[in-house]
Design a protein around this ligand. Structure first.
Ligand code: AMP
Ligand code: MG
Length: 641
């Protein structure tokens, strides 16, 4: 049917120019708003100052207005005496008297310099002789000392801000200083946001198997707001062509830009692009050589941009920033966005698809020498957290297939700048680590956690790229956890133990041996290289039950598979099993410890971590309550098989 549209997959730039040629991308009309409502808006016109700032010659100190020449030659040893005028100049009042030669007038910071005076001597350099009403000046002052002359900050008629500027508090402060009570700003582009998909439910509703919370809708509506637009969120729509057509009409009537997400690929039920086809001129580009983002669909209706973003959240937000945000900037009369980037070494070898420009989300950490290392977030375009946790992204050109570990890459920063990190944690994820991270943050440390698994965490520690690597690696030869993997440059902070066991749904009451022996049951395995897999293989011996090849990568995935009936039994940790409502049969405890590179052991946040993990600490008690028991005797694993 319409799948042939994918045959013409364009380069990013070619796609953008073809699309823009069909759009009317002028700045929208201006509107005047009160200054207090101007934050985040974009100036429609250049702003010229109608006044001088300051508007008068202003004293910058508490002291005395004098004629500088009267102080010449004054010193601690030979002060000069001036007659005090019978006036004190506060702020906000025009002075009455002239400062005649040989006289001085008391003046406050911010006070208006009186006629005759050309300098201020601060009160610290003076004494007052009350008897004679004379000022004793103990230092010479140059003309202009401690005075801001009128118009030195902003001169009347000067252009202080230019059209196209997005107003932050720095700019609204300037506008206030020149007395602008109202400001001409560009009308916010109204952007209709529609999610599509039969599987979507609104956040706040109850989850059911197979459904997905609509994250794109919220994310895109708020991204519109962040970009200076006004989102009109029209909700999540069913995959139904008439429904979509109707909603699209409504959106086009109400909005300057229409953004849909989902339903743009070739799958059955992907109908969004068909609803867009009927527009004039309709679809201009369907398929761009990007990863993530290939199925994006760029369309127009009488000059109005209409976009269908791919449904996967990371794809949706990337393509929003690639294609929609620049359009919003044009409608707001803003210049192209400037990117901030840094150089970093890629931490792990990464494969990329030839023929597509790939955007690789990365987290950044610093090694001891201050050099940056970039860790791919590694969760794929279906992930929402990759985007929210990444520091930036690397563009991998369409001609490149492999970027080797250690190769230098350019990282475009997502936040525009890179925040410093007090404690970089790289390794295996566990909700116990979340408790530890929270405790550190409560003590004022900034913590960055890159969940890359035990082995990559250990490598990071060996390279000195993290402060701590949480690991749970079972050495098959010795049967010991973690300690066999250390070297002289690494130290181990004892963590906690997590009980691993065989899980089933609650109504299955038989013991482990019976489950293993029942050929009607289907198991769920774990990925090779995980400690749990070694445990499972030990348990099974030569047996290969149905489901042995089903190898999800996390304790949570195992629990979900059993809870949802894709498998009947598997091995996971107790906390996860209990949270999923599964029956748990203890096998043995797994040691989850913290590897610290000695080169970074002196850092304050590492000391704080050490304190937090001390025996009998409050955090230890909290961990125990969450199901993570302390077992400080590192190697003596209690096997309860
Ligand atoms: P689609 O582009 O419709 O084929 O969707 C691709 C994937 O993205 C599917 O797994 C969808 O469930 C998911 N998805 C689509 N729309 C949304 C959304 N609004 N929020 C979260 N996930 C979504
Ligand atoms: Mg869909």
């Amino acid at each position: 049917m319409k799948q042939e549209q994918f045959l013409e997959v364009l380069d990013r730039d070619a796609a953008e120019s073809r699309w823009h040629a069909a759009l009317a991308l002028r700045a929208l009309e201006p509107e005047v708003v009160a200054l207090e409502a101007a934050l985040g808006r974009v100036l429609a016109e250049d702003v010229r100052a109608p006044v001088d700032v300051p508007s008068f010659d202003r004293s910058n100190m508490d002291g005395f207005a004098i004629r500088a020449a009267d102080s010449f030659g004054a010193s601690e040893l030979e002060p000069v005496r001036l007659r005090l005028n019978d006036e004190t100049i506060p702020t906000g009042v025009a002075p009455r008297q002239t400062v005649a030669p040989g006289t001085a007038t008391s003046i406050a910071t911010g006070g208006m310099l009186p006629r005759g005076a050309d300098a201020v001597v601060p009160v610290e350099l003076t004494d007052v002789d009350a008897a004679t009403r004379e000022l004793i000046v103990r230092a010479a002052r140059a003309p202009g000392a401690a005075v801001s002359f009128a118009g030195t900050d902003i001169g009347c008629g000067e252009t202080v801000l230019f059209a196209g500027t997005r107003l932050s508090s720095r700019e609204t402060g300037v506008l206030a200083a020149i007395g602008a009570g109202r400001v001409a700003v560009v009308r916010r582009p109204r952007v209709a946001v529609l999610s599509t998909g039969d599987e979507l439910i609104e956040p706040g509703k109850t989850m059911r198997p197979g459904l997905v919370f609509d994250s794109n809708g919220r994310m895109l509506a708020d991204a519109v707001r962040e970009a200076g637009g006004e989102p009109l969120f029209l909700g999540a729509l069913r995959d139904d062509e008439p429904v979509l057509r109707h909603a699209l009409r409504e959106a086009l009537d109400a909005a300057d830009v229409v953004v849909l997400s989902g339903g743009t690929s070739k799958g059955e039920g992907d109908l969004s692009y068909r609803a867009v086809e009927g527009l004039d001129p309709g679809i201009l580009v369907h398929g761009v050589a990007l990863k993530p983002g290939k199925p994006i669909c760029l369309a127009a209706s009488s000059g109005k941009p209409v976009v269908i973003l791919p449904g996967f959240p990371t794809s949706a937000i990337f393509t929003f920033h690639e294609f929609v945000a620049p359009v919003l900037r044009r409608l707001l009369g803003m210049a192209r966005a400037r990117e901030e980037s840094v150089r970093a070494k890629l931490a792990v070898r990464t494969q990329s698809e030839r023929g597509r420009l790939e955007y690789l989300l990365v987290g950044l950490v610093r090694d001891a020498a201050g050099a940056l290392a970039a860790y791919p977030m590694g969760k794929g375009s279906g992930s929402v957290t990759s985007w929210s946790r990444a520091d930036g992204f690397v563009r991998i050109a369409r001609t490149v297939e492999i970027v080797d570990a250690g190769q230098e890459v350019e990282v475009t920063l997502l936040g525009g700048s890179l925040a410093a990190t007090d404690l970089a944690i790289i390794g295996s994820h566990c909700t116990g680590v979340d408790l530890i991270a929270a405790a550190l943050m409560a003590r004022g440390f900034s913590v960055k956690f890159l969940a890359v698994g035990s082995e990559a965490g250990l490598e990071a520690a060996r390279r000195g790229e993290c402060d701590v690597a949480p690991i749970h690696l079972l050495d098959a030869a010795t049967g010991r956890y973690n300690t066999p993997f250390l070297d002289a440059a690494l130290e181990l902070l004892p963590g906690y133990v997590r009980m691993q066991g065989v899980v089933s749904r609650a109504d299955e009451t038989r013991d482990t041996a019976a489950l293993l022996a029942d050929p009607a049951l289907r198991m769920v395995n774990r990925n090779r290289g995980s400690g749990t897999r070694i445990l499972i293989d030990g348990l099974l011996g030569a047996r290969r039950p149905d489901g042995y090849a089903y190898e999800p990568r996390s304790h949570h995935a195992v629990a979900a598979a059993v809870a949802q009936g894709r498998a009947d039994w598997g091995v996971t940790i107790e906390t996860v099993a209990r949270a999923a409502g599964l029956r748990f049969r203890p096998l043995r405890s797994e040691h989850y410890d913290f590897v610290v590179p000695r080169s970074r052991a002196h850092r304050p946040a590492v000391h704080a971590l050490r304190d937090l993990l001390a025996p009998q600490s409050a955090l230890r008690a909290e961990l125990a309550r969450a199901g993570f028991a302390s077992e400080l005797s590192g190697d003596s694993v209690s096997s309860r098989t």
